[in-house]
Design a protein around this ligand. Structure first.
Ligand SMILES: Cc1cc2nc3c(=O)[nH]c(=O)nc-3n(C[C@H](O)[C@H](O)[C@H](O)COP(=O)(O)O)c2cc1C
Length: 328
């Protein structure tokens, strides 16, 4: 836990104790519960909403659904009760949710089969060579639309996205990131790694020497020669990140959805993990983030680059997990 997370946690605890009656699970967007409105007259008392609400916020009284006083968190605004209700008698307002966001489900026949999904997954490769062709605005919108369907730890989504919409923006980001790296290059110097080894241990020492230092070298030295190994001059890049409140999995899941949406639109994609950790801590990192409109430091974040592939692979390869332990 670094100092900013520690301070945030203390701030949160103080805030919670002062405002117990008003607060709910906080995100960077909202910290109050949503409101539940029920049209009791029309309720058939089927109880489906009670089954799906895991907050114990609803109960049946006299064959009608009513708000209970057993709520654990206050309504988090997941919307499940609204979405499951066959007669539309529940409205949730707040935590960015409202009934106007409801839509009719796409027909089941339009859902890709396992085979077609697997084909797309098997054909995917991390693409780092792109045609000099921009990604159309419509496709950028589609990627963002699809990525926002991702499951989010605690609603409303606390994922933020920086979109670099063309090759010039993507390259400028890389050039400035490389310049920024030169100012913190001492972190990958032999003297600093030797000094830190007793504190951060063998695995980190090995990672620093065998991965982080070469990354520094290649990012900075290549850029000085005009070669962009940071984001490969892709025509589109999106950076998914959280806030100090965000579950670290959320930006990664959103990035994965964006990547798959890009694949389905015929784009080549590649995840880039090496920028995020370098822009979290310290004043220089904050200045860099502010310059690019990155609102928060966060525990996890991930870039995805997109573009029309300028490489064709003839074969796939079967990757395996480190371990699959099936308890029988
Ligand atoms: C979290 C994550 C971070 C990654 N970061 C980078 C990166 O910084 N630069 C890069 O060239 N590739 C990056 N990759 C791509 C991997 O190198 C790639 O997925 C791996 O080599 C397997 O190749 P494949 O994606 O074609 O199956 C990253 C992948 C993931 C999942």
């Amino acid at each position: 836990m670094n100092i900013s997370y520690f301070c945030n946690s203390i701030f949160l605890i103080i805030n919670c104790s002062l405002l117990t009656n008003y607060m709910a699970i906080p995100t960077s967007r909202v910290n109050v519960p949503a409101n539940i409105f029920i049209d009791t007259e029309k309720c058939t008392g089927c109880g489906l909403c009670i089954d799906v609400c895991k907050d114990f916020g609803l109960e049946i009284v006299n064959h009608k659904v009513v708000k209970s006083n057993k709520s654990i968190f206050g309504c988090v605004g997941c919307g499940h009760c609204m979405m499951v209700c066959p007669t539309g008698v529940i409205a949730i307002e707040g935590r960015t949710l409202s009934p106007v966001q409801l839509f009719d489900l796409p027909d089941k026949s339009t859902v890709p089969s396992y085979e077609s999904l697997l084909s797309m997954l098997q054909r995917r490769r991390s693409i780092r060579e792109f045609k000099d062709k921009p990604v159309e605005k419509e496709k950028i919108d589609q990627i963002l639309e699809a990525a926002q369907t991702a499951p989010m730890g605690l609603p409303p989504s606390d994922v933020h996205v920086l979109v670099l919409e063309n090759k010039t923006q993507v390259r400028t980001f890389a050039v400035e990131f490389s310049k920024y790296l030169t100012t913190i290059r001492w972190m990958a110097s032999n003297w600093f790694m030797t000094l830190m080894r007793p504190f951060w241990g063998k695995p980190t020492d090995e990672m620093m020497r065998e991965f982080i230092k070469p990354v520094f070298d290649i990012y900075v030295d290549s850029m000085e020669k005009g070669d962009n190994w940071i984001n490969y001059d892709a025509p589109l890049a999106m950076y998914f990140y959280g806030s100090p409140y965000t579950d670290p999995a959320d930006p990664i899941i959103a990035a994965t959805y964006a990547m798959l949406a890009g694949e389905s639109l015929g784009l080549g994609t590649c995840m880039l993990g090496a920028v995020h950790p370098f822009i979290q801590n310290g004043k220089k990192a904050r200045i860099f983030r502010e310059k690019w409109g990155i609102k928060y430091p966060s525990r996890e974040g991930l870039f995805v680059i997109f573009g029309y592939a300028d490489v064709h692979y003839n074969k796939g390869v079967k990757w395996t997990f480190a371990d699959i332990h099936r308890v029988s």
